[in-house]
Design a protein around this ligand. Sequence first.
Ligand code: ATP
Ligand code: MG
Length: 409
Amino acid sequence: MTNKQAAIKVVKVLRQNGFEALLAGGCVRDMLLRRRANDYDVVTDARPDEVAKLFNRTLKVGVKFGVVIVLIRGMHVEVATFRTDADYADGRHPVSVQFTNAAEDASRRDFTINGMFFDPIDKKVIDYVGGQVDLKKRLIRTIGKAEDRFAEDHLRMLRAVRFSTQLGFVIEPTTFAAICSLAGDIKKISGERIAMELEGILVAPNRSAGAAMLVKSGLAEQIFGGFVGDKAALAVGVLGQLPKKIDFSLGLAGFFAGLETETAVEGLRVLRLSNKQKKHVKYLLANRGRLLKEKMSLAELKQFLAEPYFEDLYSLERALQVVCVGGGEGIVALQALRRRIDQLGDVELRPAPLLDGHALVRLGAVAGPELGQLAEEMYIAQLEGELQTGEEAERWVRKWLKKHRTIEG
Ligand code: ATP
Ligand code: MG
């Protein structure tokens, strides 16, 4: 059973028990666009307790907001009672909700294309907000007055940019004008929520257009600072040159490609990324330019390749070269590097050292900084292919110790 079939089953059960029930929101939009929907949400006039009574297994996590999750044949279906959201106190969360009818439930939703219902039994679209017209025109338009809707919930400004990016739709001019004038309010939204929407924008293949909207509306400048003029243009350009499928970290590195690493890392703090993501983005930014180095040693190349982020760094550098210098020498250098990598075949990038610390001490190394340096230099010689066996490594270490002792002595 698919999640769509599960949702339709829930609709049927509600109907059989005398309630109104429809599919709602994003899934209706996606069905009409023949896109695969993320999730199929059900709306109904049944109250949460009435919904809960009709199904064996439910989760009452959002009952306060009229939402019950129905567990049916291994699927989760969100069932929400028709509601209006009253009094947004903090620019994000309604203080209370009131149960109501379908038309009012439609008008509390964010954009016309997200405000439609679908009756899966009679196969009918129920559209109180002009969603079908805007879907045809490929427009993102708020339901009701844009200023009011963005003042209620500031996150909607970023959602507008995300839907526009993901669907390739234009943000309708008065809706966009409202975003431009209210962009400063985005700072009142939590970093985690901003990051979720930004991720949707930056991983979409159309991310360059999304970034251009973030810049033009002032949202990027309000969230991070530094997104004006050349730096902003570079971000848009670089994002346009990255591969189609990327993850959030590479998207962020592309977005911040015009900024110094330290400035970027500082700016990114608002997003409250995981340590892993922070490390990933920082690595990509801090290593800009390093793959272009002429005559990179084999050991250095292997060390790069052993990094989990190597391919992302390569993609970022390629995009930077195309945008900053229109290709040229940088691209030639990157292509040469790629050929060298291909010729390496499947050599081991991170072999165990031929000798461990104990072996080095047995050979006469003194624990402490000397041991560390010796171990590192021996490992580089190993990666370079100079040392193949334990005996070769031992001979090399004896020589190293002799040389260093005579210099010091
Ligand atoms: P996606 O495919 O990205 O999940 P979606 O349209 O399903 O897109 P959700 O965030 O899952 O988006 O929300 C489901 C529906 O709830 C939306 O289609 C919209 O009708 C409504 N909605 C969600 N967030 C808001 C909001 N901040 N303000 C008003 N309505 C919203
Ligand atoms: Mg959804």
